[in-house]
Write a protein that binds this ligand. Structure first.
Ligand code: KMH
Ligand code: ZN
Length: 304
């Protein structure tokens, strides 16, 4: 019998970790970021996870003025669910990171479920092989970051979301983050079908072995039963393999240049749409259907 499970594809369009010097395909200006998200949506992404950048230098920005033209273009050209980051960049304060969600009250926003070491050594070392000099590019202090998300920070963001009916993509980089989420669910602050985005393969978080994925899955099942929707994000080279394993086990998937600049070994992805098309081809070969934005809204009970 045909398997007709609907899988939500999220495309994380530009993020805050990769720099324009790493790939000519990383969108930087408002037009480039919006066009990349629209292309991803046309290729099958029902959710677009959005960061903004300062067009002057391509640095990540949580200034609502930098989000405004991106969101306006998206709303005029796609009905994809817009998911605004509250992660911003690990260099920013939580107050700075919350600004666009306070301003735009989106249907969906990301929420990072714990503090962690954010070790970018492997990624930056990889680019050193291509001749990058991080000191010269002002990125030397990005190798060894702490991404601070205290319980008070998380509560603050949840309260803003709850006031505005914004639901969350709960970014869980390790098993402890699932426990933290269960804590906020028990307090009535994390609501609705929980959209659990489990993140694999970042140094400082859980690994990217299939056993890591199984452990996340088993723990989430035990903690949340049928009150959650599971999605998978593999960083870097883990992107497609982990999304494929996860989808086969019942997850939704996230791709995009925020999470990986690559489409194959040593081959930069030309666009977000290229990665969406790749995972869509895999999903359809497995007899899954790709969820439309409205189907995603229904599964996650978004305000629309
Ligand atoms: N960059 C990620 C691995 C956020 O924007 O809140 C997760 C992320 C964080 O998307
Ligand atoms: Zn993000």
């Amino acid at each position: 019998m045909a398997n007709t499970r609907k899988v939500i594809i999220t495309s994380a369009v530009t993020g805050a970790i990769h720099t324009p010097s790493m790939s000519p395909h990383l969108p930087v200006t408002a037009d480039e970021i919006a066009d990349a998200a629209i292309g991803a949506a046309e290729a099958g992404a029902s959710i677009v996870h959005m960061h903004a950048r300062d067009p002057k230098d391509g640095r990540p920005s949580q200034d609502p003025a930098h989000f405004e033209p991106i969101l306006a273009k998206l709303k005029a050209n796609t009905d994809a669910v817009i998911n605004i980051t509250t992660g911003g960049s690990p260099h920013m304060s939580v107050e700075e990171r919350m600004r666009p969600v306070i301003e735009f009250k989106p249907e969906l926003a990301s929420l990072n479920m714990g503090s962690m070491n954010f070790g970018l050594y492997p990624m930056l070392d990889r680019f050193t092989e291509f001749g990058h000099d991080w000191e010269r590019e002002g990125l030397e202090n990005s190798r060894d970051l702490v991404f601070k998300n205290t319980f008070a920070d998380i509560q603050k963001i949840l309260e803003i979301g709850n006031k505005n009916d914004t639901r969350f993509e709960f970014e869980c980089y390790d098993i402890s983050h699932l426990n933290n989420l269960a804590h906020f669910q028990a307090r009535g602050l994390a609501r609705g079908p929980l959209f659990v985005q489990s993140v694999f393969g970042l140094l400082g978080g859980i690994g990217a072995h299939p056993e890591d994925l199984m452990h996340m899955r088993r723990t989430a099942d035990r903690l949340f039963g049928d009150s959650y929707q599971w999605s998978i994000l593999g960083a870097g080279k883990n992107q497609m393999p982990l999304a494929t394993i996860g989808a086969a086990m019942g997850s939704h998937v996230r791709v995009g240049l925020e999470d990986s600049l690559w489409i194959g070994p040593g081959q930069l992805a030309a666009s977000n749409a290229e990665q969406v098309t790749r995972i869509r081809t895999i999903l359809e070969a497995l007899n899954f259907e790709v969820a439309t934005p409205d189907e995603a809204r229904e599964m996650l009970q978004l305000k629309g």
